[in-house]
Write a protein that binds this ligand. Structure first.
Ligand code: CU
Length: 382
């Protein structure tokens, strides 16, 4: 039953990617609308990374500096001569790599060797010289049942984990996940942080020293490998769910970071979204993976995953605010607005005559009825 449910879920999601991924064009706007509509700020403001906003942790940290990839643990980057998937740093990535290495590769190898063996056997045993009198046999029920059933079982064995993986990848980010919006441009990325005051990071590939102009910043080994290092990395907290959204401003790009098992098209006019939680601090490199024009190969992605307290430090350095601060400000503003409204109402009621008391006692339904009557009367007067 659980299997059947997963099948149905995965198939229906695979068939309806547009519906599954359609999002509010601007989540920040939606959030502020909700606040304006009187929804308590706590319901809309993300809270997961709040721990990071604690004053003591922040104060103890030095000013943010970009992680040096020559001294930090090297994670999330391609290796020379590598043939396997990159080491994975998300749950889905680890699961997917396990499916490949523990299920798909053994099945592929066994089937290939089996078919190779059959071909070899036929070549040696049944060539014209070794077997001059060919058999006239055309049917063998047992073999036919086996060669139908065995492939069906193999396919089912592959289908279960792969549909399971598909369903896991479609799982939306939990409430309170940190939202980051990556926008593809010809040919660079920008990263917006709607939960942290909506500031934006522009991320360009770093030039090599020989190509850089006078006084221009160029790549060093501390920034990352050639063609992968960027001037401003996308910084996110480690171990915290991230709602990573992609869109584009001009043509279709694709946001792909192999070691995070993340690849999602960035389509103009559409907001795609996929959740991820990075398991280890470090710098993760990726590239645009949709042919997007002349410099498609020169718009790399570099994600820096920091412990939450350091992430808060970075947010502060970029002029942003942590959700807890924003929530506190919104609560203060709402309280002030309420107090203002109350004092205004008090001032207004002082000027109202004694008859107002009767109106206030009327049932809401009666008020409506009299209002409607008033509206209907109006055209008759004209
Ligand atoms: Cu691109």
């Amino acid at each position: 039953m659980k299997l059947l449910n997963k099948f149905i879920l995965a198939f229906s999601m695979a068939l309806m990617p547009i519906a599954a991924q359609a999002q509010d064009a601007n989540p920040a706007e939606a959030a502020s609308d909700a606040v304006a509509a009187g929804v308590p700020a706590a319901d809309t403001a993300p809270v997961v990374a709040d721990a990071a906003a604690d004053g003591e942790a922040e104060a103890a940290l030095p000013e943010y500096t970009q992680v040096d990839v020559t001294t930090a643990d090297v994670v999330g980057r391609p290796e020379a001569g590598g043939i396997d998937f990159q080491e994975q740093y998300t749950d889905n990535g680890i699961y997917a790599k396990w499916i490949n290495n523990a299920i798909l590769l053994p099945i592929i190898i066994v089937i290939s060797l089996f078919v190779l063996g059959l071909i070899g056997w036929v070549i040696v045993r049944y060539n014209r010289k070794a077997n001059p009198q060919a058999s006239k046999t055309t049917h063998n029920t047992t073999i036919e049942v086996i060669w139908t059933l065995v492939p069906v079982l193999i396919l089912l064995g592959i289908a279960y984990p792969s549909l399971d993986l598909l369903a896991r990848q479609f799982k939306p980010a939990p409430e309170g996940a940190v939202t980051v919006k990556a926008t593809g441009y010809q040919w660079y990325w920008t990263y917006t942080y709607p939960d942290h005051g909506g500031f934006e990071i522009v991320s360009n590939m770093l030039k090599e020293e020989k190509d850089a102009g006078e006084g221009e910043r160029f790549r060093t080994d501390a920034d990352g490998p050639d063609l992968m290092a960027v001037d401003n990395r996308m910084v996110v907290p480690v171990g915290v769910p991230i709602r990573l959204q992609t869109t584009a401003a001009d043509v279709i790009h694709s946001f792909a970071v192999p070691s995070l098992w993340y690849k999602l098209d960035a389509v103009p006019g559409r907001l795609n979204e996929k959740a991820l939680t990075i398991k280890k601090p470090g710098v993760y490199f990726g590239q645009c993976s949709e042919l997007c024009g002349a410099r498609h190969g020169y718009m790399p992605i570099a994600i820096e995953a920091l412990p939450p307290a350091q992430f808060a430090n970075w947010v502060k350095a970029k002029g942003g605010k942590m959700p807890a601060e924003i929530k506190a400000e919104q609560a203060a503003a709402a309280a002030k607005a309420k107090a203002d409204a109350a004092s205004a109402a008090a001032a207004a009621s002082e000027g109202v005559d004694a008859g107002a008391g009767n109106d206030a006692a009327a049932e809401p339904g009666e008020v409506d009825a009299s209002d409607k009557a008033g509206v209907q009367d109006a055209p008759a007067v004209q």
